[in-house]
Write a protein that binds this ligand. Structure first.
Ligand code: ATP
Length: 329
């Protein structure tokens, strides 16, 4: 049977990405990220960035894949969750291409796409997913025919919490890699261990670290202690999710997966349970189009009664536990 080729468009936040996959082969994964000299993201400017760069990113992806748009069988895009103006820009582009070139269009869930590319790349069959990026911190597993969130942050994502600490002590952005470096020279000071049931919270830990910093505690000691405390909290919740669901694999997704100490803790925990830990390689951890293309293929080949193009809309609040997963038998 002919392997289908899917072109996926990512636009949930700062990145406009175009990826192309043929079956499980990733043929292209091009992106352009909105950046600012200072300050954060202004949603209308992010959407403007996406509209400005979209044809360039598309052309680069097609050139890398050595394909023309006519060779594409299906087009997919990130339907949510994300920033509404960015989602609108991506959907508008996807619809424009699908109508102009008469291709089927599928909308996919962005978080689900992170999980599925992680599973495809690591070859994990049925893992517990530890998804820790800037804004997201969720422990997810597939149970009873759906992805379920077993634990999540009650306030901010761990990456954003580390970046916030970085701003307080002047480490610049992103602070995660610098915290990892400084932690190598630190020792443990006590910080609150904030696990509530299966959920976690980071704001209070950062507030405590800030007050210790103002009282003269060394930055290296705070970096070490932040890592040990926050990673231990997430490792504990991951272990309980694995035990509860009787799963024997864990994979780590999101920008914080770059942290070697976090990987080591999860790896140690998995080994002690005769289970396997796999970090997802960094180029497939962040936002990119290949994951949207792969998820597009899964949805297109497994879902019956896909909506027609006029009925497709974006959904900024689409949670992963609301997604039907007919591609998982
Ligand atoms: P989101 O997709 O949730 O909106 P994002 O796209 O900004 O957020 P990612 O690119 O997945 O998130 O991850 C960025 C985060 O990862 C930053 O908060 C950064 O500090 C953190 N990070 C990067 N490298 C490391 C590291 N070595 N250790 C800890 N954290 C890290």
């Amino acid at each position: 049977m002919k392997e289908l080729i899917c072109l996926g468009i990512e636009s949930t936040a700062h990145t406009l990405g175009v990826g192309i996959v043929k079956g499980k082969k990733i043929l292209a994964n091009e992106r352009s990220m909105y950046q600012t000299e200072e300050g954060g993201m202004i949603p209308s400017e992010v959407a403007e960035h996406h509209r400005k760069v979209k044809y360039d990113v598309l052309d680069k992806a097609l050139a890398t894949a050595k394909l023309s748009i006519e060779d594409i069988d299906v087009i997919s895009f990130s339907q949510g969750p994300g920033l509404a103006p960015s989602l609108a820009a991506g959907m508008e582009f996807a619809k424009e291409l699908a109508i102009k070139h008469k291709k089927p269009l599928v909308g996919v869930n962005h978080i689900c796409a992170h999980l599925e590319i992680g599973r495809m790349i690591t070859k994990a069959k049925d893992p517990v997913f530890v998804f820790v990026s800037g804004a997201n911190t969720q422990i997810i597993a597939h149970e009873g025919g759906k992805y379920r969130i077993f634990g999540e942050t009650l306030d901010i994502g761990l990456g954003n919490a580390l970046d916030k600490f970085g701003r307080i002590v002047g480490l610049g952005f992103p602070a995660g890699p610098k915290i990892e470096e400084l932690a190598k020279h630190g020792k443990l000071v006590e910080l609150p261990y904030a696990v509530k049931g299966m959920d976690v919270a980071f704001s209070g830990i950062i507030t405590k670290a800030e007050s210790l910093y103002k009282k003269g505690t060394k930055v290296e000691d705070l970096c070490f202690s932040l890592q040990e405390t926050c990673f231990a909290m997430l490792t504990e919740v991951t272990e309980r999710a694995m035990a509860h669901c009787q799963k024997h694999e864990a994979i780590l997704i999101g920008g914080v997966a770059a942290n070697k100490r976090f990987c080591q803790m999860l790896d140690d925990m998995c080994k002690s349970r005769d289970s396997k830990f796999s970090p997802v390689p960094l180029q497939y951890c962040g936002d990119q189009g290949a994951m949207i293309a792969w998820q597009g293929l899964l949805v297109y080949t497994s879902c019956k009664n896909l909506p027609s193009i006029e009925d497709i809309d974006f959904n900024p609040k689409w949670r992963v536990d609301e997604v039907d997963t007919p591609w998982i038998k």
